[in-house]
Design a protein around this ligand. Structure first.
Ligand code: DP6
Length: 335
């Protein structure tokens, strides 16, 4: 009846941008990500009685209304799956910034899916948990797993889930450049909807992404870091190109983001392999070999004084502890 889960954000190398089904969160295309070992979300769900509203707290205070409504709908769905009409108390906290394009919704809904399903007594497989997390936020489907994960777009609730990439042979890390830790001006949900509905570049984005994913999987299998990096950087730029084509345009990248893109290119010219990726915010995440992360961080810090850089090694999948079962429950479903 009470469970706590810890989940980590993930950053996509092949991006998810655009839904085919808004209600079920079925994406237009499959995506592939690296789960990070920084900025976890910790969420505890405890069941209450019947008929009272859900209690949803973030860092000890009531969660802002729109976000709380999303969480309440999610809890209703979990209750339905479990055949329960009891409400729940949720206490969540993010170690990193919320809503800043640093994947707080991925770690958030992965942790919520794991804690809520456990509190409501559901015994879900990792795949079922991934499908459940997807209903909260698409990218959360991938944070169920550690390391590299691929979210198969599928075409319905059953076929749209993430799974680990078991044959990746690169040891990668990311250096997060925190250009701005504030909440984004437009949610990724709204921005991707606008892209799908109005951008003439949405169709080519959808057409070319499966080929890019296939190239990425092959490069990971072969351990070809250069190829992985080049595909990642161009995939992020293509996603931003698609949204820049929307009406009105969606532009998350700022002058600070562009300066970091220049700095990353400069590192490459100097022989340090680094590749940039950007999500629904101005922050630039730099993919590099794990062993070179400190050198990449130092070089970026001297190129962009005043910007905070955080090294993020590859991280684990979601882990749950169940207070009622004396904290010995799922040892995590990480890989
Ligand atoms: C740019 O998963 O936050 O980070 O499904 O509407 O909740 P919803 O969107 P969300 O979008 C993530 C978009 C992205 C790319 C990615 O993570 O693949």
């Amino acid at each position: 009846m009470t469970a706590t889960a810890v989940a980590y954000p993930n950053i996509a190398l092949i991006k998810y941008w655009g839904k085919r089904d808004e209600a079920l969160i079925i994406p237009q295309t499959s995506s592939l990500s690296l789960t990070l070992a920084v900025y976890p979300t910790t969420t505890t769900v405890s069941l209450l009685g019947e008929g009272s509203p859900h209690e949803i707290l973030q860092d000890g205070t009531p969660m802002p209304e729109a976000a709380a409504a999303k969480v309440a709908r999610f809890l209703d769905h979990v209750g339905e799956l479990a055949g329960s009409v009891r409400s729940a108390r949720v206490e969540t906290s993010n170690a990193g910034p919320t809503g800043a394009g640093l994947a707080s919704s991925a770690s958030g809904f992965a942790a919520l899916a794991a804690a809520a399903s456990s509190a409501y007594g559901l015994d879900l497989s990792p795949r079922e948990l991934s499908r459940l997390a997807r209903r909260g936020s698409g990218s959360a489907s991938r944070s169920i797993f550690g390391g590299f994960a691929v979210w198969n777009a599928g075409n319905d609730d059953l076929s749209s889930y993430a799974e680990p990439v078991d044959d990746a042979h690169i040891d990668a890390a990311m250096v997060l450049g925190i250009v701005n830790a504030g909440a984004k001006p437009i949610s990724s949900r709204e921005a991707m909807r606008r892209t799908v509905e109005t951008s003439p570049y949405n169709a080519p984005w959808v057409e070319t992404n499966p080929g890019e994913l296939a190239l990425m999987r092959d490069a990971l299998r072969r351990g070809d870091f250069t190829e992985v990096g080049e595909i990642s950087e161009r995939n992020a730029l293509r996603m931003h190109a698609a949204m820049l084509g929307a009406v009105p345009p969606v532009r998350y990248l700022t002058a600070g983001s562009m300066a970091l893109l220049d700095a990353v290119a400069e590192l490459r010219r100097g022989g340090l392999e680094a590749y940039a990726t950007m999500d629904a915010g101005p922050n630039v995440k730099t993919l590099c070999r794990a062993a070179e992360a400190p050198a990449v961080r130092d070089a970026l810090a001297s190129a962009a004084p005043g910007t905070e850089f955080v090294i993020a090694p590859a991280g684990p999948g979601v882990a749950v502890s169940n207070a009622d079962a004396q904290a010995d429950a799922a040892p995590g479903v990480a890989r």
